[in-house]
Design a binder for this molecule. Structure first.
Ligand code: CIZ
Ligand code: SF4
Length: 319
């Protein structure tokens, strides 16, 4: 505990000295989320992280999350210094969508409007017409569908499938998935629901369709937190990364939150509702990056300018 306090004090001092602000995702270590709150930074989903970073006056953004979040920050604010506690933290969606293959796929379907999830590399975004996060995916695709556009969606097939079912749009899917959400099991959720029939099921749409089908509310991380806060029920089964419980419990201290069951519950579960890449962020490497100023994020200027167009469309989009 004393050691933790020492880390926190050092990080606070360094943030101050460098006019830096900490931007953390809901899936990171609760210690990092708490520190972001205490220091006037931001804890949120990837859409709000992008907005916050772009609007904040700090010279340096320290992005605690995964690589695409740091890249997005750099693309939106090329004149700011963007640091990340680790450069190793990637995402199975980003990894599963190599820019060259993706570009070829787009060429083969040039009649389609290209909509990519925020969880992608700068190069993939640069090839897209639109970038979306899970919180606005439905609205954006609805809007495009109403204009008669056919969609090419990448990379998450579960989120894309959900968007397709909900909007009825013509959506061609890239075959990618999130290793965390993919592990949630319908059978496990049904069994838990049988034990707690009063529980409300909250599901992130990166989960498999069978799990989404059991949901009372399907939504992004922010929407899931909001549902727990505003629904009158007391018990919730939550299918998303466990990191979200920090903020959720803070927002609704009187409610009981249960993580939805994953595949192995031990033996075969690789990620157990906890993203291994998000977990690479720690107070220790956060402190180190501020001290050394390494792990700076750079995005090729030409690529950045191209990726900025669909990203700006996302930020400007209002229904
Ligand atoms: O699964 C993720 O990485 C999410 C939910 C990102 C986001 O949009 O906040
Ligand atoms: Fe990627 Fe899934 Fe981790 Fe989010 S939780 S960063 S989608 S692997």
């Amino acid at each position: 505990e004393e050691e933790l306090q020492a880390w926190r004090d050092r990080i606070k001092r360094l943030l101050n000295e460098q006019n830096a602000v900490l931007v953390a995702h809901y899936y990171t270590d609760p210690l990092i989320q708490a520190l972001a709150e205490e220091t006037g930074g931001c804890v949120s989903d990837s859409l709000e992280m992008a907005r916050f970073g772009a609007e904040h006056s700090a010279d340096t953004l320290v992005v605690a999350g995964v690589k695409f979040m740091g890249e997005t920050a750099k693309i939106l604010t090329p004149n700011k210094r963007v640091l990340m506690p680790t450069l190793e933290a990637t995402c199975s969606l980003d990894l599963g969508c190599p820019p060259d293959e993706f570009s070829e796929f787009c060429d083969q379907h040039s009649d389609r409007t290209v909509v990519v999830y925020a969880n992608t590399s700068a190069a993939v975004k640069a090839r897209a017409d639109w970038v979306v996060t899970s919180s606005i995916a439905l609205d954006v695709v609805d809007h495009l569908d109403a204009q008669g556009e056919k969609i090419l969606w990448a990379p998450d097939k579960h989120l894309g499938g959900y968007v397709q079912r909900e909007t009825g749009a013509d959506v061609l899917l890239w075959d990618g998935s999130c290793i965390v959400h993919e592990e949630f099991k319908a059978k496990g959720v049904e069994d838990l629901k049988a034990l707690y029939p009063d529980a409300v099921v909250l599901v992130h749409p990166e989960s498999p369709a069978a799990v989404v089908a059991l949901a009372d509310v399907v939504g992004s991380t922010s929407q899931i937190i909001n549902a727990a806060k505003t629904r009158p029920e007391k018990r919730f089964i939550v299918a998303t990364d466990q990191g979200i419980f920090y903020k959720m419990q803070q927002e609704c201290p009187d409610k009981e939150l249960m993580v939805a069951p994953t595949a192995g519950a031990g033996a075969t579960c690789r990620s157990c509702a906890n993203c291994p890449w998000m977990a690479m962020n720690s107070l220790e490497n956060l402190c180190a990056v501020l001290e050394r100023g390494d792990n700076e994020i750079f995005v090729d200027a030409e690529l950045g300018r191209k990726a900025m167009i669909p990203l700006q469309r996302m930020l400007d989009f209002r229904m």
